[in-house]
Design a protein around this ligand. Structure first.
Ligand SMILES: [Zn+2]
Length: 261
């Protein structure tokens, strides 16, 4: 019973955070505050009542239309709410009651937000990356959870390595190689997954960027266009999700392979 309540509780928290995530994804690229003003319809400008702002349910009940003017409301709103609710539900099921379910859900929620906003706008908000670094370190400082020293090492090495890649890339290619957002993001990831997880994330993120990103950009004819670059944050987010969920067995396997005993 306690476990069932825990699962329902985290799913509801996830849906509410998904609703807030929509506001962040919509307003941060426009440079607007996420606190004020409260949500309003982009069609008629009328404020949205709390009962029309219930995650997923309101959109379904209103059939994706504003109550006042009937303007269509994008299906992306309920989809983001569902996705974040699914992250929290999944973590509750996987980790059971306790801090680790919350820690994992916070990480995956941050990664989800960064993956979308970097893919669309090529920005990684510091609220996610630096705020996430602080959250990761604070959660590791909690006794009995992820070791604090690992979190600190992961954040420092993730941050430092990305700076080296940036400086090395600029020296070699004489053009900007990495954004500051990617560097801040790796500090956040390291704070959640530790040193081994951070290295695995950089490896997987670069691999995904090459395997998926380069052909996709080439197909769209974007590689020739000056000033366009791949959404590395989106690929690092995917790599970090894999590193969090499957990192320990992958790292054990690799160490056993590289250093046979
Ligand atoms: Zn309206």
């Amino acid at each position: 019973m306690t476990e069932t309540l825990w699962i329902i509780y985290l799913a509801v928290v996830g849906a509410a955070l998904g609703s807030f995530m929509n506001v962040c994804l919509y307003r941060w690229p426009a440079g607007e505050s996420v606190i004020r003003p409260r949500s309003r319809c982009p069609g008629c400008g009328k404020g949205i009542a709390w009962y029309d702002n219930v995650p997923v349910l309101s959109w379904v009940l209103l059939r994706g239309r504003c109550r006042s003017c009937g303007e269509g409301i994008s299906w992306q709103y309920p989809l983001v709410e569902l996705a974040v609710a699914a992250i929290w539900l999944g973590m509750a099921l996987w980790q059971g009651p306790g801090l680790e379910a919350v820690r994992g859900a916070i990480l995956l929620t941050l990664l989800f937000g960064i993956a979308i906003i970097d893919g669309r706008h090529r920005i990684i908000p510091d609220q996610f990356s630096l705020g996430g670094t602080a959250a990761g370190l604070a959660l590791a400082a909690w006794p009995g959870g992820f070791p604090f020293v690992s979190a600190l090492m992961g954040a420092a090495v993730g941050y430092g390595l990305m700076w080296l890649v940036k400086l090395g890339g600029e020296a070699l290619f004489r053009k900007p190689a990495l954004g500051i957002g990617d560097i801040h993001m790796m500090a956040m990831i390291g704070a959640f997954v530790g040193l081994g997880g951070a290295l695995l994330t950089i490896f997987l993120g670069s691999l995904l960027g090459i395997v998926i990103g380069v052909p996709a950009a080439w197909l769209q004819g974007k590689l020739e266009a000056r000033g366009t670059y791949l959404p590395l944050g989106t690929f690092l987010a995917m790599g970090a999700a894999v590193a969090y969920v499957w990192g320990p067995p992958i790292i054990d396997w690799y160490l056993g392979y590289a250093l046979p005993t």
